[in-house]
Design a protein around this ligand. Structure first.
Ligand code: DX5
Ligand code: ZN
Length: 221
């Protein structure tokens, strides 16, 4: 498949929620491609974050496609709410859903592109039965639940294997967790085409624009 430009998806989990719109607009102006939205329920992961009302509040003010990552149990119950709130991609964890295939179909029927995310301990084989039905594969390079965690280096071969499994299919391979200028080249070298970045964008050394540029500058080509 044609590799093209690597997509950058800043994660608002690390943003200052008191200035969310300003931070998101800064990311958009700095050339972010998507906006990553981490939804956590305190059950599937040990943290609580945001839901559809926050997406609704950004509607019409942000041009970036919303890349919504559901770390919740019973994700199928919330598809309609996220469709109405403007999600472009809706990614679910097979570990959280006994009927992944049905959920993926329902996401597509709701007019959203379905994605599947794999925890570090979840094998790639969890994808095989839905590979022809999804638009995105998200490889977790931290255990989900929090921003600012350390990148798990042993996931690099898994990214390479995911790229091989995807082959020519029109599926975006995205990586999430601990991505910054030091780790971005590693995962892109292994085949990642989209990068989630929370702390390195919103809590990095420079401005949001400088932090985004530092990630882009770290990439080959
Ligand atoms: C972790 C979330 C990530 C997180 C990434 O559970 O899925 O999207 O926001 O944050 P960083 O880039 O700081 O590791
Ligand atoms: Zn995420």
């Amino acid at each position: 498949m044609e590799r093209g430009r690597v997509l950058l998806s800043p994660s608002i989990l690390s943003a200052d929620f008191g200035r969310l719109l300003a931070q998101v607009q800064e990311a958009e102006e700095a050339g972010a491609d998507w906006l990553h939205v981490d939804v956590m329920d305190g059950h599937f992961v040990p943290n609580l974050t945001i839901g559809p009302p926050v997406l609704e509040s950004l509607k019409g003010k942000v041009g970036l496609p919303l890349d919504v990552h559901l770390m919740i149990e019973r994700p199928a119950d919330y598809i309609k709410a996220f469709a109405a709130a403007g999600a472009a991609y809706l990614t679910v964890h097979p570990e959280a859903d006994a009927h992944l295939h049905r959920t993926v179909q329902a996401i597509r029927e709701a007019g959203i592109r379905p994605g599947v995310a794999l925890n570090p301990s979840t094998p790639l084989s969890a994808l095989e039965c839905v590979l022809d039905d999804i638009s995105l594969v998200l490889i977790m390079t931290v255990n989900p639940g929090f921003g600012g965690q350390k990148f798990i280096r042993s996931m690099v071969p898994k990214i390479r294997q995911a790229a091989a499994l995807i082959g020519d299919r029109d599926i975006i391979l995205e990586v999430d967790g601990g991505i910054g200028p030091e780790t971005a080249p590693l995962v892109v070298g292994a085949g990642a085409r989209a990068l989630v970045a929370g702390n390195s964008v919103f809590r990095g050394k420079g401005t949001v624009a400088q932090n985004i540029k530092a990630i882009r500058d770290s990439l080959p080509g």
